[in-house]
Design a binder for this molecule. Structure first.
Ligand code: GLC
Length: 493
C-alpha cells in the first residue's frame, strides 16, 4: 500500500519546536537534533509549517522568497541536511506551500508588478469582501489604488488568472522536489480562484470550480518524480462531498479532515463525522485523514475540558472555564480513537505532551494578526504556538511557557509509563498493526466501538463504566473493577 494512505504525520511548527542556537526561536538546527524524538514516536513523516524568508507578519504564511529559508530558521543547506537526516531515519518531509498570497515584501509586490495581484482603481472599496482575519479584504497601495488580501494586509493575494503566477508555482514545486521533499501541504487550497462578481455572503473566493485545474497540473508534476511524493490540501469547506472533489485520482492525495477536528466530544456526533467522512472519500478512492489539533485551533486538551467541546473560529471561547483533568483524560481517549480509524493521522507538536492552550499570555506579546485585525476581540492563535518544553533547562522563548510546563517536558515524561508521551509512543507503535475496513459494533448508548480485522477500538463517552468484550491490550487509563471508565478508550487485538 502507498505510504501516504495510512501515514502517521507529525506537524512541526518550526518557530516553536526546538531552539538550536539559544535565540529563543525554534530552528532547523534544533529540529535536526530532535528528529530521534519524532522517529521514536513512530511517525512516518513530518509536515513543517512555512520555513521561507518572511517578515513573520502571519507566522511565515507571508512568504517573501519561495526558494530559500528564513535566516532565523537556518539556511538552504540546513534544510537539505534536515531532509537527508530525516530520510536516514525513514521519515519523509512535507513542506508548506502558500500559493494564495505572498508577503508584501515579496519582490513582485515591492516592484509593483500589479498584474500578478488583484489591484483595483476605484473610489470606494471595490466590493464587500472581508478578510478572514477581520476587517475589509482590501487595502490601499501608496498610489491610492486597492489590492486584495483575504488575510492580513501584509499578505497580498496572487492573481491566478495571470499565467506567470501559475508558471512560477510550477517552478517552485520543482525547486523543492529537486531538493528531495516528499510532499506539499497546500495552504488555503480552495482559495486561489475568485469570482469578483459575487458578494461576500456567497464566499466567491472559496471552492470555485476553476481551482481544480491547478491541482491537476500539480499532480502531474509530483507524479513525474520518484518516491510517491504527495499533495495534501488545507480546505475548510462545509460540504464533505465538495471537499472530496479535491481528492479525485488526478488531483491531491489527501486533505485535512476539519470536520473531525471541530466535532464535539459526543458519541453520536463523532460517529456521524466518521461515517460522512468515509462516505465522501470512498467514491474518489482517497484515504481520509484524522486530526485533533493544529497551529490554528485551540489545543484539544483545553477544548475537551470545556462545556462546549467543539471548535469554531467564530468563537474560540477564550478564557471559558476549563477542567484540565477531564480534558486530558478525553485527549488520551481521543488519540486512541483517532489512531484506530482507517486513513492518515496528523499530530500537532506538543499534543504528545498533553499541552494545553496558553490563554494567559500577556496581550502585548501576542503576534497573531487576528488579535489586532479583530479590533482586539479575538485573542487568536498564539496560545497554541508556545514553544515546546524539552527539559527543566529550557531557556527563554519568543512566547513564554507557563511556569509548570517543565513538568510536562519531554525529559519529565520520557520515563513515566503513565505519561501522555508514553501513551502516544504505544499508540503509534501499535497503530501499524491495524488494518482493514471499519465495522461498527453496538456496545451501548454513548459508546463508540468498531472493529477493523482483528483490532477493536472502544471509546466510552457515556457517564458510567462499561464492560469490554475481552481483555484489552491497551487502555487510555486503567480499568476500574475490570470496566472501562467514562472518557476512556481501549484497544483489543
Ligand atoms: C492557513 C494557515 C494559517 C494561515 C492562513 C493564511 O489557514 O493554516 O496559519 O494564517 O492559512 O496563510
Amino acid at each position: 500500500m502507498s505510504w501516504w494512505r495510512n501515514a502517521s504525520i507529525y506537524q512541526v511548527y518550526l518557530r516553536s519546536f526546538a531552539d538550536g542556537n539559544g535565540d529563543g526561536v525554534g530552528d532547523l538546527a534544533g529540529l535536526r537534533t530532535k528528529l530521534p524524538h519524532i522517529a521514536s514516536l513512530g511517525f512516518d513523516a513530518i509536515w513543517l509549517n512555512p520555513w521561507y524568508p518572511s517578515p513573520l507578519a502571519d507566522g511565515g504564511y507571508d512568504v517573501a522568497d519561495y526558494r530559500d529559508i528564513e535566516p532565523v530558521f537556518g539556511t538552504l543547506a540546513d534544510a537539505e541536511e534536515l531532509i537527508a537526516d530525516a530520510h536516514g531515519l525513514g521519515i519523509r518531509i512535507i513542506i508548506d506551500l502558500v500559493p494564495n498570497h505572498c508577503s508584501d515584501q515579496h519582490p513582485w509586490f515591492r516592484n509593483g508588478l500589479w498584474d500578478r495581484f488583484h489591484v483595483r482603481d476605484t473610489e470606494d472599496l471595490p466590493n464587500d469582501w472581508k478578510s478572514r482575519f477581520g476587517g475589509p479584504a482590501w487595502s490601499r497601495l501608496p498610489d491610492g489604488r486597492w489590492y486584495l488580501h483575504l488575510y492580513a494586509a501584509e499578505q497580498p493575494d496572487f492573481n491566478w488568472e495571470n499565467p506567470v503566477v501559475e508558471q512560477e508555482f510550477e517552478d517552485i514545486l520543482r525547486f523543492w522536489l529537486d531538493r528531495g521533499v516528499d510532499g506539499f501541504r497546500i495552504d488555503v487550497a480552495d482559495g486561489l480562484v475568485k469570482d469578483f462578481g459575487k458578494p461576500d455572503a456567497d464566499l466567491p473566493y472559496s471552492d470555485q470550480d476553476g481551482v481544480h485545474e491547478i491541482y491537476r497540473k500539480w499532480r502531474k508534476i509530483v507524479d513525474s518524480y520518484d518516491g510517491e511524493r504527495i499533495l495534501v490540501g488545507e480546505m475548510w469547506l462545509p460540504d464533505p462531498v465538495r471537499f472530496a472533489r479535491y481528492l479525485r485520482p488526478d488531483e491531491m492525495h489527501s486533505a485535512f479532515n476539519f470536520d473531525f477536528l471541530c466535532c464535539p466530544w459526543n458519541a453520536g456526533e463523532l460517529r456521524g463525522v466518521v461515517d460522512s467522512t468515509l462516505a465522501a472519500h470512498e467514491p474518489v478512492g482517497a484515504p481520509p485523514t484524522w486530526v485533533l489539533s493544529n497551529h490554528d485551533v485551540t489545543r484539544h486538551v483545553t477544548r475537551y475540558g470545556r462545556e462546549k467541546t467543539g471548535f469554531s473560529f467564530a468563537d474560540r471561547q477564550h478564557g471559558a472555564p476549563t477542567d484540565f483533568e477531564l480534558g486530558t483524560r478525553r485527549a488520551r481517549a481521543a488519540i486512541m480513537l483517532t489512531a484506530a480509524l482507517p486513513g492518515g493521522v496528523y499530530v500537532y507538536q506538543g499534543e504528545e505532551l498533553g499541552l494545553w492552550e496558553v490563554e494567559d499570555l500577556p496581550d502585548e506579546l501576542r503576534e497573531d494578526p487576528v488579535w489586532h485585525r479583530s479590533g482586539f476581540t479575538d485573542r487568536g492563535r498564539d496560545g497554541c504556538r508556545v514553544p515546546l518544553p524539552w527539559s527543566s533547562q529550557d531557556g527563554p522563548s519568543w512566547l513564554p511557557q507557563p511556569e509548570n510546563w517543565h513538568r510536562f517536558s519531554v525529559e519529565a515524561q520520557a520515563d513515566d509509563p503513565d505519561s501522555m508521551l508514553s501513551l502516544y509512543r504505544q499508540v503509534f507503535a501499535r497503530r501499524r498493526e491495524i488494518d482493514g475496513a471499519l465495522e461498527w459494533l453496538d456496545l451501548g448508548e454513548d459508546v463508540l466501538a468498531f472493529r477493523r480485522n482483528s483490532h477493536t477500538c472502544v471509546v466510552n463517552l457515556s457517564d458510567r463504566p462499561i464492560d469490554l468484550p475481552a481483555a484489552p491490550a491497551l487502555t487510555s487509563i486503567p480499568l476500574t473493577g475490570g470496566q472501562l471508565p467514562p472518557d476512556a478508550a481501549a484497544w483489543l487485538f
